[in-house]
Design a protein around this ligand. Structure first.
Ligand code: UD1
Length: 435
């Protein structure tokens, strides 16, 4: 297994291009199951994207990667030979089953349910299990599909769903679930009549999916607000689209800049969706210089502690919680993080404490004492964002840190070690236990 070895304390300087968003690309790729053809650019080279493409191929989607050199297409192997442009087309096969071996590695596979029901009127999807950060049920997705006219049963770990044709209805979500909103949105696009989703997720990735579907002829109003109205259409037409930037990757590099930046510029971004992250960084002393599609930031010379509550957008994203902790650990004064989205998302705290942080967990709250001097240690990554938090802790710690099980980070960050290295960080990918 791969590990990262980091020698901390080296200043970061230069420009880094932010990749396309995983969480925006996934639902857009799954929407290929709604039929027709489209071309999507700015698709990041990530393990979750490869899993999605394999699952889609199994469900009868033809996936073609564009190679500007020779026009050929093949499955890409590394970030170097991946240019992020794919054409997906539906071959209209009768496949409708998402098997356990693919779904278990990626919970977002449940995003095939809505489009399969809408287009094939049938879906059989392995029930995603729990994961380290919480139980993460999908009951809200299923209740919504039932309300739209699906019959759903669960047997032997599989969700079996079928319908004589989905119809528009009013769906009031008990919580603004992100993939739930996306799943319902995709189903509603081809449903008969009008669907209204209230208490919808307002995440920028939901808006990106809606913008893409609208480019394909869907009729959607209100994406980005808490009420989305979708008028069903008979079919979607073809379109070219580019995935939005990854705001969590951007936020991770901004924290790296706040910890060690001589002068770090992130480019390929839109500052608006970054606002909740910038508000917290500013409260801790950051002074970002913002342009239309880039942002430059340096180290915060005397970071001050703050309180953060993770919330659905436009609140502070839970996906940035692990990354803000190392900054809080070295800040003057105490800080606290209240995690309201997932019930068990502090697995990284024990590892950060082994590096010298002083963080106590009280239920859903992490109390950070501050003014700690972090020291390198051997630590274990437990999930995607926790790994990013440990990388940041390793960058600012004194001495050498080894982070084991970095396969988690490869699910959601495109070549993070190469990007950090290009800014001057001492980080390399090694085989675990390699001397
Ligand atoms: C998405 C993101 C993930 C992010 C999360 C919150 C993708 C692929 N993943 O995950 O990176 O951390 O949003 O911003 O976009 N819940 C239920 N029943 C449901 C659905 C959700 O109880 O039917 C609960 C979950 O257990 C969790 C909360 O609602 O406690 C939020 O989950 P949700 O917004 O659905 O997260 P995901 O869409 O899985």
């Amino acid at each position: 297994m791969d590990a990262f070895r980091i020698v901390g304390g080296h200043p970061l300087r230069g420009t880094v291009r932010i990749s396309g968003s995983k969480n925006a690309a996934l639902p857009i790729l799954f929407s290929s199951l709604l039929g027709g053809e489209f071309t999507l650019a700015n698709v990041p080279c990530l393990r979750d994207i490869r899993t999605t493409l394999s699952l889609l191929r199994q469900l009868g989607i033809h996936t073609e990667r564009h190679d500007p050199q020779d026009g050929s297409s093949h499955t890409p192997a590394t970030p170097e030979d991946w240019n992020g442009i794919f054409t997906l087309s539906d071959r209209d096969t009768p496949d409708y089953e998402a098997p356990y071996d693919l779904v278990r590695t990626m919970r977002a596979s449940v995003l095939c349910l809505g489009p399969l029901l809408a287009r094939k009127r049938r879906a059989r999807v392995s029930l995603p299990g729990g994961c380290l950060i919480g139980a993460r049920p999908i009951d809200m997705h299923l209740r919504a599909f039932e309300k739209m006219g699906a019959r759903i049963t669960i047997h032997h770990g599989y969700i079996d769903a079928e319908t004589d044709g989905l119809r528009g209805t009013e769906i009031a979500l008990p919580y603004p679930t992100v993939t739930g909103t996306e799943n319902i949105l995709m189903a509603a696009v081809l449903a008969r009549g009008t669907t209204t989703i209230s208490n919808a997720a307002e995440e920028p990735e939901v808006t990106d999916l809606a913008r893409f579907l609208t480019a394909r002829g869907a009729r959607i109003e209100g994406a980005g607000t808490s009420t989305i109205r979708i008028e069903g259409v008979a079919e979607l037409h073809t379109a070219d689209y580019a995935t939005m930037f990854d705001r969590i990757e951007a936020g991770t590099f901004l924290v790296a800049a706040a910890l060690l930046g001589d002068r770090v510029t992130i480019e390929g971004i839109d500052p608006t969706p970054l606002r909740p992250i910038l508000d917290v960084l500013r409260a801790m002393g950051a002074e970002p210089h913002i342009e239309d599609s880039s942002m430059t930031m340096g180290v915060i010379p005397h970071p001050v502690g703050t309180t953060v509550r993770t919330l659905p957008h436009p609140g502070f994203p839970t996906d940035m919680q692990a990354q803000i902790l190392p900054l809080m650990a070295i800040a003057h004064g105490s800080s606290s993080v209240i995690e309201t989205v997932f019930e068990n998302r502090f697995t990284h705290v024990m590892e950060m404490n082994r590096m010298g942080a002083a963080i106590e967990i009280h239920g859903s709250q992490a109390m950070v004492r501050g003014e700690s001097r972090l020291e390198g240690a051997t630590v274990m990554a437990s999930d995607l964002r926790a790994s990013a938090g440990l990388v940041l802790a390793g960058l600012v710690a004194e001495g050498e840190t080894e982070i084991k099980r970095v396969y988690h980070i490869d699910r959601g960050y495109e070549a993070i070690e190469k990007k950090l290295e290009s800014l001057g960080a001492r980080i390399k990918r090694v085989q675990e236990d390699q001397p």
